[in-house]
Unconditional design. Structure first.
Length: 303
């Protein structure tokens, strides 16, 4: 990708979007932020994905669109209304952008996705050749990815970033877990044998930049670190990073009582997802193990 390329980003105010915009600008790319409010400068363009309001002409001259939209699946207990909001925040916006990309002639669409596509796969390693699961998250992700079909059929290079837990120095899941672990209250969930695919925020952003610039990458790509771990292994590693004990466990029934359906799909199940296509394309991770990832995330600022 040429240094003066133009990349449009939807969902640019989230954890990944904020870091991606910073990295793009730091490497001399122009960023066009797609926002839901009145634009405040020439590098912002308005859209309303709820009504489908978006002018494809705003994407004239854009080299790639990155869509990171989607309500956090763990934001609240799953009700019927919240599950519908998870679908609405993903599928509709993706359809709007996919159609705009086609009409504007943008050659690349990078669309957020998730390892939840695979369902609960136990200890079996899963790469991008594995088919979808059959639970709610798997069906949601399947439909989310399918919303890009109009772009792929038109010849756009579409890449679907199936991401796991993003480990970051601030923000994200770790910011909610760290206070508990710091108090010695870190605990494995259920039996702890469910796999937790992870990636650091740094490698997530590096992989996005890599994907934008590598034409051989398309379709689903696992954006996960090379060594997924079980929940028990992650819990122990986080405790070591903070020098705190992790001897507690939260029984599965307690999680189900507290969180309902999300407990089984989001916490007690998992995927041993491996980044086969990224590594085959030549991407090299900065953080290879969960220990390295957590050291990166918990290091004092300035280290």
């Amino acid at each position: 990708m040429a240094p003066d390329s133009v990349v449009a980003v939807a969902g640019s105010s989230g954890l990944i979007g904020t870091a991606l915009v910073y990295a793009l600008r730091a490497t001399d790319h122009r960023v066009l932020r797609i926002v839901r409010r009145a634009p405040s400068n020439a590098d912002e363009v308005f859209w309303n994905p709820d009504t489908g309001e978006f002018d494809p002409a705003a994407l004239a001259g854009v080299d790639a669109v990155v869509n990171l939209c989607g309500v956090n699946v763990g934001h609240r207990r799953w009700s019927g209304a919240f599950k519908q909001s998870l679908r609405d925040s993903r599928i509709g916006p993706t359809e709007v952008l996919a159609n705009a990309v086609v009409e504007a002639g943008v050659p690349v669409l990078i669309n957020a996705s998730a390892v939840g596509y695979y369902g609960n796969t136990g200890a079996r390693p899963v790469d991008e050749t594995v088919g979808p699961g059959d639970n709610f998250l798997a069906r949601l992700t399947f439909d989310w990815e399918a919303a890009t079909a109009v772009a792929a059929e038109a010849g756009v290079r579409v890449l679907l970033t199936r991401t796991g837990l993003v480990i970051a120095p601030s923000g994200g899941v770790l910011s909610r877990l760290k206070p508990l672990f710091a108090l010695g209250l870190g605990a494995r969930l259920g039996n702890g044998r469910q796999y937790l695919p992870w990636i650091t925020l740094e490698d997530q952003v590096r992989a996005l930049l890599f994907a934008i610039g590598h034409d051989e990458l398309s379709g689903p790509v696992n954006f996960t670190g090379p060594a997924p771990v079980t929940n028990a292994e992650f819990t122990a590693a986080f405790g070591r990073a903070l020098n705190r004990p992790t001897v507690l466990a939260v029984p599965g029934f307690a999680l189900r009582t507290l969180l309902g359906e999300f407990a089984d799909e989001g916490l007690l199940g998992g995927q041993r997802a491996i980044p086969a296509k990224l590594e085959q394309a030549g991407f090299r991770f900065h953080h290879h193990t969960v220990g390295e990832a957590l050291a990166f995330a918990t290091a004092p600022k300035g280290d």
